[in-house]
Design a protein around this ligand. Structure first.
Ligand SMILES: Cc1cc2nc3c(=O)[nH]c(=O)nc-3n(C[C@H](O)[C@H](O)[C@H](O)COP(=O)(O)O)c2cc1C
Length: 416
């Protein structure tokens, strides 16, 4: 009894409410591969275009990550990082350049600093190549099969072999400097998606049949696992379950809009067999056609439930120990934005659905994307019972517009 009183006194002193939230599914620890996340909140990779012109960290980059590390999430996935300067989507995208010793030192210092000050969060870096989404205003656009809207210089097998080598070397380097894992970006229409898509029906080493289109992802995963033969270094992927464009990932054929998830499942199972221990579910892509599927807004609220259903299907189709993280949930917030659904807001909030879905095992973690820009401290505030202090994302997509305009990204509501 005395212990309870003193515990609640400590909680009050620390402004921790009555501790109820600490007993909810979202607060439970989770095994990911050989590591443990302290709770079920995962910070999404959110490209913020706030490096300098050479892709180096700026004060804004460091401040943002410091806040995220302090914010209480179990897992932090660092934004899409390019491994080579010449083809990239954002002029100020963060760069990891294995050839540049100053760049390597910068990364080493950053990771050491964060991990020393904040050892708890599992820290994963998302690796990417933009392919046909590289911006021609400042870089070279390359493609696997030209599309009318994009075009670009056709790449060959040697180029892809070299790209795989870059990913493997980068993963090994990140392991050596103390990161906990890599998130391979096979989504949102970037190079990974471009190679995996049925639209890539050009017959070459990495195109045509599924066997060839999946070789990029499978070889990369196998080689990373071989280069880092330690289960404490996680390999995972963010996967567009379907893209919402003809011939996209999760569609039935090169020109087809019909959804067919068999390749998505084959991809995840194949990666799982090769050592992947987590998947971040996503939908859509970064193009206009797929944006609202990727980032549900107030007019497309039903897309949130598509994300939950797809994450739950993935979870059911993979090994029970494989961690599935659900995206596209920021719109849920306090449950007020989904007006087209006749559900009381309290039963339609991020915490309600997060606790329901994680509690019944539909998926393992909730990912925070736009919400993490609005409030990097949401996990801590929830765990301490301070929900009323949370700055809720409005899903106005102001952050997305800044990204599209090549401006440094921030929440335009709370960081004016
Ligand atoms: C400004 C902005 C930057 C993003 N950057 C990335 C990124 O670097 N990597 C990635 O996989 N997804 C990126 N996304 C997509 C998000 O990670 C996430 O999948 C999407 O915002 C939906 O989640 P939410 O509803 O929590 O925002 C970005 C989205 C936005 C709006």
């Amino acid at each position: 009894m005395a212990k309870t009183t003193s515990d609640s006194a400590t909680r009050r002193k620390n402004n921790m409410g009555n501790g109820d939230n600490l007993r909810t599914p979202l607060s439970r620890p989770l095994k990911i591969g050989a590591l443990e996340a302290k709770n079920r909140f995962c910070i999404q990779p959110m490209e913020c275009g706030n490096g300098d012109f050479k892709g180096r960290f700026t004060e804004n980059t460091l401040k943002r990550y410091e806040n995220l590390f302090r914010g209480g999430a179990g897992v932090i996935v660092m934004e899409s990082v390019t491994l080579q300067y010449e083809s990239r989507a954002r002029e100020n995208q963060l760069l990891l350049d294995m050839e540049d010793s100053d760049n390597r030192k910068m990364w080493e210092h950053f990771v050491k600093d964060m991990k020393t000050k904040y050892p708890e969060p599992v820290f994963i870096v998302q690796l990417n190549h933009s392919g046909e989404l590289s911006d021609t205003a400042f870089s070279k656009r390359v493609c696997v099969k030209p599309r009318k809207e994009y075009g670009g210089e056709l790449i060959d097998a040697d180029y892809v072999d070299k790209t795989i080598k870059q990913y493997v070397e980068a993963a090994r380097f990140l392991y050596d400097i103390g990161c906990d894992g890599v998130d391979l970006k096979f989504c949102h229409g970037y190079l990974g998606a471009q190679i995996l898509r049925p639209y890539n029906d050009r017959v070459w080493k990495y195109g045509g049949s599924w066997e060839k289109r999946s070789r990029f992802a499978f070889d990369m995963c196998e080689k990373i696992r071989k280069a880092v033969n330690n289960p404490k270094f996680l390999i995972g992927a963010k996967v567009s379950v379907y893209e919402g464009i003809a011939g996209g990932q999760g569609h039935a054929g090169a020109g087809k809009e019909e959804i067919n998830l068999s390749e998505t499942f084959a991809l995840c199972r194949g990666l799982e067999e090769r050592g992947a221990s987590f998947f971040i579910e996503t939908l859509g892509n970064a193009e206009t056609a797929g944006w609202e599927l990727m980032c549900p807004n107030k007019n497309t609220g039903e897309n949130v439930y598509k994300h939950m259903a797809m994450a739950s299907n993935l979870k059911a189709g993979l090994k029970s120990e494989t961690v599935v993280i659900c995206s596209g949930l920021s719109l849920l917030a306090e449950g007020k934005y989904n007006e087209n659904h006749q559900i009381p807001s309290v039963e339609n909030s991020l915490f309600h659905w997060g606790n329901c879905c994680v509690g019944r095992g539909s998926f393992d973690m909730v990912a925070l994307g736009r919400q993490s820009l609005a409030d990097p401290f949401l996990p801590e505030k929830y765990l301490e019972g301070r929900e009323s202090d949370i700055h809720w994302c409005w899903c106005c997509d102001g952050c997305g517009r800044l990204l599209a305009q090549q401006e440094p990204v921030k929440c335009i509501v709370y960081n004016k």
